[in-house]
Write a protein that binds this ligand. Structure first.
Ligand SMILES: [Zn+2]
Length: 323
């Protein structure tokens, strides 16, 4: 067993406390490879933002769990050696079993999500509590989920969303002991968040449900998943360079900014990063057909992703200059 504190990581407790009182949210960016992790760490160091780097089950299957953990460990050495170190949490995104959460905690994760949202309410409570009981022995924080998000994210896929029922939240956090709660108020996983008819606008997030939840559990950290804006400029680059993402649409950034100012303390952004990387690789490959050096297209993709992260931290999350 390696404990996250040995790696220089932090859990989410203090981060969320400061985000709550400061009226901003901590960015949670997913990584699956070296370039994404470099972009996240360099972008957050440059914008002086606390950050949650997160790994999904799919990422562990893709990149190898041991390698991912050592990548994160290596990133921490860069953070520690920098002029202005930032707090970093290493988080499991959408943990689907007790065993997976335990394995992550034992390999140095400082935070885990146990997603029991597809189970019955009582089963969700029981599974979440079991993970919390183990995690808290090691001072690892746990994110639970109530309500179901639509869309596809790695192996998590749901046709329709079910908004979180404010009547459940108080009972859930009391009985499970979770440290934060992911809720469903209209965000969605993936790049096709809303099916819009021509001329139709993106429906606003259900801030009424969020407000009701805040009333029931004041000052409790809330998490939003599926919160990419599906940045139109990158969708355009993809479509102009041989891609086909017609109708891709996300959550407008002003809505996310508004959410960040409330009890929402963590905002998950994955699809936007994927879009940026794909856009730049498509463009570089089309512009430079003679190149066969991966660094020549992965490098610009990494640079653009870093720029996106700095921009998100500054204008959407409000987390820049908070570390
Ligand atoms: Zn998610």
């Amino acid at each position: 067993m390696i404990h996250y504190k040995e790696l220089g990581l932090v859990n989410t407790k203090d981060m969320f406390k400061k985000a709550m009182s400061g009226g901003y949210a901590i960015p949670a960016y997913n990584f699956n490879n070296l370039e994404q992790l470099q972009a996240i760490i360099m972008g957050c160091l440059e914008s002086k933002s606390p950050v949650i780097i997160q790994v999904s089950k799919g990422a562990r299957d893709y990149a190898n769990q041991t390698l991912l953990r050592f990548l994160a460990q290596g990133a921490m050495e860069i953070v520690k050696a920098s002029e202005h170190p930032i707090p970093v949490a290493l988080h499991l995104d959408h943990g689907d079993s007790y065993e997976l959460c335990v394995s992550c905690i034992e390999s140095g994760f400082s935070s885990v999500m146990i997603d029991g949202s597809a189970l019955s309410y009582e089963e969700n409570v029981a599974l979440t509590k079991k993970v919390v009981d183990f995690a808290h022995k090691y001072d690892v924080t746990v994110e639970g989920e109530l309500g179901v998000l639509a869309g596809i994210e790695d192996e998590v896929s749901h046709e329709k969303s079910h908004y979180t029922d404010p009547d459940d939240v108080e009972d859930f956090i009391k009985r499970t002991g979770v440290d934060s709660l992911a809720i469903s108020i209209g965000t969605s996983h993936g790049a096709y968040k809303f099916k819009l008819k021509p001329g139709e606008e993106v429906p606003p997030l259900r801030f009424d449900i969020l407000e009701e939840i805040e009333k029931r559990i004041p000052d409790f950290p809330i998490v939003l998943h599926g919160s990419s804006s599906v940045l139109p400029e990158y969708v355009k680059i993809i479509n102009n360079n041989g891609g086909d993402l017609e109708g891709a649409v996300g959550v407008p950034e002003d809505q996310l900014r508004k959410a960040a100012q409330s009890a929402v303390c963590k905002i998950n952004i994955d699809s936007d990063g994927r879009l940026v990387v794909t856009a730049m690789i498509r463009k570089e490959m089309k512009d430079n057909p003679k190149n066969f050096d991966p660094r020549k297209y992965l490098g610009p993709a990494r640079e653009e992703l870093k720029k996106m992260i700095i921009q998100k931290n500054r204008t959407v999350l409000g987390s820049a200059d908070r570390a």
